[in-house]
Design a binder for this molecule. Structure first.
Ligand SMILES: [Zn+2]
Length: 183
C-alpha cells in the first residue's frame, strides 16, 4: 500500500467509528457495532438472528451502553471536522501503516472483547474505541430514551419492537440502517 491508499483506508475506518460515535438517542443501536467491525477483513455481517435474539441484544445494549449525562468535552477537542484527518498529511509511510494497524487492533478488540474477557461490552469500551481511534476527542452522548420508549412500544415510530416490525416483510435488500419496510 502507498501513502494515498493507507490514508484512504484509515479515513474509511475513522468514518465508520465517527458514525458510531455520533448516533444519538433512539438511533443508537448495537447494529452500529457491525458497521465498524465490517472494516476488519474477517468480520461476519449481522447474522440472521431471530426476533427474540435481536430483542435480547437490544435489552443488553440498553443495560450496558447507556449514560445519564452526555460525556464532557475534552480540552483537546478539535471542533472543526475539516481538521480531523489533518494529522495524516504529515505522516510517513511507516507512521500511516502503524496508524492503520492500531485502528484495526482497537476495532478487533471492540469486536472480540466479550468472548476474550467474558463480559458485556460497555460504554467504557466505546469511549476507548473513540479516543484511541480518533484524533479529535469529540465527546459522545450515550443517553438513551426512557426504557419503555427505547425497548417498548410507548412511542409510535420509535423503539426496538416497532423497528424490527417495520422490517418484518423485507426481502434480501433489507437495509437495517433505515426504518422499513425496504423496497
Ligand atoms: Zn428492511
Amino acid at each position: 500500500m502507498n501513502n494515498a491508499e493507507l490514508i484512504e483506508k484509515i479515513k474509511k475506518i475513522r468514518c465508520a467509528i465517527r458514525y458510531h460515535r455520533d448516533q444519538v438517542e433512539d438511533d443508537r443501536c448495537w447494529l452500529d457495532d457491525y458497521l465498524v467491525w465490517a472494516e476488519l477483513p474477517d468480520s461476519p455481517p449481522p447474522r440472521n438472528l431471530t426476533l427474540q435474539q435481536k430483542l435480547l441484544k437490544c435489552e443488553i445494549f440498553y443495560a450496558n451502553r447507556r449514560a445519564d449525562e452526555p460525556d464532557p468535552r475534552s480540552e483537546q477537542a478539535i471542533l472543526d471536522p475539516a481538521l480531523w484527518d489533518r494529522d495524516l498529511e504529515k505522516m510517513s509511510l511507516i507512521e500511516l501503516a502503524q496508524t492503520k494497524a492500531t485502528l484495526l487492533f482497537v476495532v478487533g478488540y471492540h469486536r472480540d472483547l466479550e468472548e476474550v474477557e467474558r463480559r458485556a461490552r460497555t460504554i467504557k469500551d466505546d469511549r476507548d474505541l473513540y479516543s484511541i481511534a480518533l484524533p479529535e476527542k469529540i465527546p459522545a452522548d450515550f443517553r438513551l430514551p426512557p426504557r419503555d420508549e427505547f425497548l417498548g412500544r410507548a412511542k409510535s415510530g420509535a423503539g426496538c419492537p416497532n423497528f424490527w416490525d417495520s422490517h418484518e416483510h423485507c426481502g434480501r435488500e433489507c437495509n437495517l440502517y433505515e426504518w422499513g419496510p425496504c423496497k
